[in-house]
Every structure is written in C-alpha cells, then in structure tokens.
Ligand binder design. Structure first.
Ligand code: COS
Length: 378
C-alpha cells in the first residue's frame, strides 16, 4: 500500500489548485447568488485537458485513472462545489451510461463531454422514483425504427445546459425495473424540453431542472446496450457518480477547514489568536482526522475502480463518510468563525449549504447504508 501521491498526480493536483484559485475563486460568491453556472471556466478546464482524465486518449481523454478524476473534483470543489458536481455528473453518470453502448455510439456521443466542450446529463429520477430508482414510469415505446419517449424526469443536474443526455425509460412497463432501458437523447430533439429550473439551497450555480418528454421520437439506434438492462447500467453509473460526489464533499470539507484554520490563527479575542483556546484547537484536530479518513476512503474507491476491483461498496462507503464529513466540518467552520461565518464573504456558509445536498443526491446516505448493510448480510 502506498499512501503517497506520485509526482504526476501531485503536479495535476497543483495545476487544478492553481486553476481553482485563479479562475474559480473570483466571482464564486456572485455566481452562487445569481445561480450562474461557470460554463466558460468549465470549458477552459476541458481545453487544458482536465475534463476526461480517466478516459482513453482515442476518445479525447487523458488516459489517466479515477484517482486523477477524484483529485480534480476535490480541488475544484474546495472552491466551487457547483462546478464539481456538474463535472462529476457529465463525466461519470452520463459518460458512464453511454459506455454501455457500441463503439460507434461511444465515439459519437462521449468525446465532446470527455473533452469538456459541453456538458452531459443523467436522467433517471422522477417525482415518484427517487430512492426507489426502479419505480420510473417514463416510457419508451418502439414504433417502427423509432422509440417514442413520454414522461417527466426531475432534479437533473446540468439539465438546462447539457447537450447530451442519458435517459432511462421503460420499454416494458409491466416488468418494472427489469423493463428499464437507457437511451441517448440530444438537446433540441423535438418533443424534449426543459421544465422547471430549481431554486436551490446550495450548489446554486449548478443548473438543475425537470426534463419533459412529450411524444419525443428518437431513432432505435439511440438505445444504449440491451433493452431491459437499463437499471443495471444506471446503478453502475451511479457507483462511479458516488466516487465523484464523495470527492466533491471531500473538497468542500477541506475548503472550509482551511478557511477556519487561517481564521483561528488571525482572529484575536481576549488578547490572543483564538486557536490558543484548546477547545478550538482540539476541535480542529478532530476535524483534520475526519477529513483524512474521508480522503483515504474515496481515494481507495477510486483506485478500486481504476484497477478493476469491485467498487460499488467502496463507492457507497466513501460517499457516506465524505458527505457526512463535509456537513460536519462546514457546520463547525461556520460556528468557529462566529458572526463572520454567517456572512457570505467568508465562504463557509455557502460551503455548509453546498454540503447538505451531498448527503442527499447520488443516492441518499440512508440508501448507502442499505447498500452497505445488504452486502454485510448477503
Ligand atoms: N451495479 C450493477 N448492477 C446492480 C447494482 C450495481 N451497483 N446494484 C444493483 N444491481 C442489479 C442487481 O444485481 C439486480 O439484478 P438482478 O435482478 O439480475 O438480480 C438489480 O440491479 C436490482 O437490484 P436490487 O434488487 O438491489 O434493487 P432494489 O430496487 O432493491 O434497490 C437501490 C436498489 C435501492 C440500491 C437503488 O434503487 C438505488 O441505488 N437507489 C438510489 C437511486 C439514486 O442513487 N438516485 C440518485 C439520483 S440519480 S438522478
């Protein structure tokens, strides 16, 4: 076991850290307030070759692995967690779904997202199919050489901005989850429109919306993989997505921790820097350990995926531990900064709001406990 990042990864980490300071930090508070996505910065990441890190060079990726990808999301999310989730959804949930297709489909529909030229989105959740992802009612009915999609998807990250969508719909509704199939749908396809854009508590710069399908016709060649295998593809894509969310949460925790650390060293009360209060110094020691545990868990899950080991359970464990750490660290950071912590300009209140959704999306932490405990007693 090697707990050290090698030179190449350290260089990647330093480059993304610099990018985040120079390109993401300016305006991050304003983008949060205005719910404005940093699309230009996202595309710049792509131009610099930092979007499709784990994917093959033939597809426009960097031929790296999922630890590179995790480190990148972590560094982005230390500063801007909204960009962190947009990046993760496009590159793991969307690309992860389309990778179940043929070589032709993969070459047609993944390179633009892998190269960061545009965003991808993943459409599974419906108003009555959240944790019970198999409870979808959106249908895709075969008519000649086409499928006709009807239904409503909700809480779609990147919905209003994405060019490409992986859409899950029932081809055999009577079979429930076993009748679910995966399709590629392009933005602008007749019958496909963006519904309500959500006004959110956190990750406010990320764009999340409903997707509406009304007699939306797509060619039969847009079916990804086999009819009826959609639920398994979605679960696999979510396993990868959970590594992304865990990395995002780790970044949020680390970002808030660093702001708190600097604050405790510079803020003076009762004639001394406040870190000299043992209560606060010990609190920081505890949070430091919590962050380090979270980091090892998500790095391990990323390496399990990269090196071909089963990663579903490690991804669920990492997702739960990292997101709980993000919530805890950010809440403590707001408290330690006192009145300043409550103010926008100190960033930690935004980080606390951003942290909350990480415990909920990509499978609630209760669902992660279900997955982990089922594995313990199978
Ligand atoms: N990878 C591949 N296949 C998987 C899998 C995975 N990670 N998890 C489950 N499957 C397969 C199972 O092997 C099973 O296949 P068989 O029918 O051939 O045996 C099938 O999928 C059904 O699995 P299961 O019985 O576990 O399904 P359940 O409905 O009981 O539970 C949970 C599945 C609850 C784990 C799932 O619905 C889930 O993850 N829910 C959360 C959804 C989510 O994360 N949403 C986030 C938002 S996305 S926009």
């Amino acid at each position: 076991m090697n707990f050290q990042l090698d030179e190449k990864r350290l260089a990647l980490q330093a480059a993304i850290r610099e990018f985040a300071q120079n390109e993401l930090l300016p305006g991050v508070i304003e983008r949060d307030e205005a719910s404005q996505f940093p699309l230009e910065q996202y595309k710049k990441l792509g131009e610099l070759g930092y979007a499709g890190l784990p994917y093959p060079v033939e597809l426009g990726g960097a031929g790296g692995d999922y630890l590179d990808y995790a480190i990148t999301i972590e560094e982005i999310s230390k500063v801007d967690a909204s960009l962190g989730i947009a990046y993760s959804i496009g590159l793991s949930a969307y690309v992860g779904s389309i990778l179940n297709g043929t070589d032709e489909q993969i070459k047609a529909w993944t390179p633009d997202v892998i190269q960061g030229k545009c965003l991808g989105s993943f459409a599974l959740t419906e108003p009555n199919a959240g944790s019970d992802a198999g409870g979808c009612v959106t249908t895709a009915v075969k008519k000649g050489d086409k499928y006709v999609i009807n239904g409503l998807k909700c809480f779609n990250t990147n919905g209003p901005l994405a060019e490409h969508f992986a859409v899950y719909a029932l081809t055999q509704p009577e079979l429930g989850a076993k009748g679910l199939s995966c399709f590629h749908v392009d933005k602008g396809t007749p019958g496909f429109s963006i519904g309500k854009i959500e006004n959110k508590m956190g990750i406010r710069a990320a764009q999340v919306s409903e997707l509406i399908f009304e007699e939306c016709e797509i060619p039969e060649t847009a079916l990804i993989g086999k009819e009826g295998d959609g639920f398994k593809y979605a679960m696999k894509a979510l396993d990868g997505g959970r590594i992304g969310v865990a990395s995002q949460a780790l970044g949020i925790a680390e970002g808030a921790f660093e702001i708190a650390r600097k604050y405790l060293m510079t803020r003076e009360q009762f004639g001394k820097p406040i870190y000299k209060n043992q209560h606060l110094a010990f609190k920081m020691a505890e949070l430091e350990c919590e962050i380090e545990m979270a980091k090892y868990m998500v790095y391990k899950a990323a390496l399990d995926k990269s090196e071909g080991r089963p990663y579903s359970i490690p991804a669920s464990k990492a997702k739960m531990v990292c997101t709980n750490a993000a919530m805890h660290v950010t809440t403590e950071a707001v408290q330690m900064l006192g009145g300043n912590g409550f103010m926008r300009e100190y960033h930690v209140e935004r980080m606390m709001r951003d942290a909350k959704i990480t415990q909920i999306y990509e499978g609630t932490n209760e669902i992660q406990k279900l997955i982990i405990s089922r594995d313990l007693f199978k």
